[in-house]
Design a binder for this molecule. Structure first.
Ligand SMILES: CC(C)(COP(=O)(O)OP(=O)(O)OC[C@H]1O[C@@H](n2cnc3c(N)ncnc32)[C@H](O)[C@@H]1OP(=O)(O)O)[C@@H](O)C(=O)NCCC(=O)NCCS
Length: 284
């Protein structure tokens, strides 16, 4: 993929995921909507960023001038991750996805790998056949009962001066630091840290009060960070990417009177389930 492909790849991605979301929608869920103009710009901005950091991991499948598939992956030190992957609905099941997956896995080499997967049957089939372990993910949904919020202590707002120890913590939990991704995440979210000499942790909290990436040295710190996110939540909230090793997050969600749901898989190869850790779907 080159920067000249970004606009077409974004359109292909919107069509592909809208179709996928419609197919897996549960009757209790709202009808999926096409991506907003703002979200489309954010998608292009994020892919442009991936292209600057690790362009060789970003691939598109072309038919003439048309982008019919895309696989955007990145190497960070000794970790490979897949940020997004799709093939246009009317081109699926013809081997294009396999070619894309083989190419991005060649870029990964023998690095351990991780990504957050949809439940699309073609996707899960592809991932397992590529040797990934599929860890079912839970999610917590609902409105935080503010009467349950505890007094949270020991946290402060973080900044670039925290990135060194945050990268060390990342390495302990998932084998590689987020490196440049920390700068990208800090540009769009509030960073809250617990770093008082001994054990530490951090969470990025978005403008709706959702913890979009959380890492901690122990479950107690992780729970404090999640409570901090809940305290800033407005309206319905969501905690994503909770694997079974992260029931500490389920316990906080239940205490705040959220409901447990299930959504997709954390696909891992060559590495154990990170914990206490809530992955970010795009930066892992
Ligand atoms: C996942 C995806 C990229 C795979 O692309 P693709 O071109 O369909 O992949 P391939 O044809 O190479 O392989 C898919 C495999 O699953 C099978 N498959 C494809 N669609 C399927 C479906 N709807 N139901 C069941 N099996 C399906 C294919 O037969 C093939 O298996 P085989 O090689 O053993 O015959 C594509 O299906 C897609 O874009 N899905 C929607 C978006 C999505 O969920 N992306 C994953 C994000 S984590």
């Amino acid at each position: 993929m080159g920067t000249e492909d970004l606009a077409k790849a974004e359109r292909a991605s919107d069509v592909t995921f809208l179709d996928g979301d419609r197919r897996i929608r549960r009757v209790s869920e709202p009808e999926p909507e096409p991506r907003s103009e703002t979200a489309a710009k954010q998608w292009i901005d994020r892919m442009r960023y991936f292209l600057t950091v690790d362009p060789a991991g970003c691939l598109v499948a072309m038919d003439g001038d048309e982008v019919v598939g895309f696989a955007i992956s990145q190497n960070r030190d000794q970790l490979w991750f897949l940020a997004t992957y799709g093939v246009l609905p009317d081109r699926q099941g013809q081997g294009i996805g396999k070619q894309l997956m083989d190419a991005v896995l060649a870029h990964a080499g023998d690095r351990p790998g991780m990504f957050s997967a949809t439940v699309h049957p073609g996707a899960t089939r592809r991932y397992r056949l590529a040797g990934f372990m599929l860890h079912p993910q839970m999610r917590m949904v609902g409105t935080v009962d503010r009467a349950t919020l505890p007094a949270v202590t020991g946290l402060r707002d973080g900044g670039v001066e925290d990135f060194d120890w945050m990268n060390r913590l990342d390495r302990q939990l998932r084998g590689a630091g987020h490196g440049p991704d920390h700068h990208y995440l800090l540009g769009a979210n509030r960073l809250v840290v617990s770093h008082t000499g001994g054990e530490s942790g951090y969470a990025y909290i978005d403008d709706r009060g959702r913890a979009v990436l959380l890492a901690a040295a122990n479950p107690e710190i992780a729970q404090q960070l999640l409570w901090e996110a809940f305290a800033s939540a407005r309206g319905d909230t969501l905690v994503n990417c909770i694997t079974t090793a992260n029931h500490w997050a389920i316990d906080v969600g239940l205490a705040a009177r959220l409901d447990i749901g299930q959504e997709g898989y954390l696909a891992l190869r060559g590495m154990p389930e990170p914990a206490p850790y809530l992955a970010n779907g795009r930066f892992l």
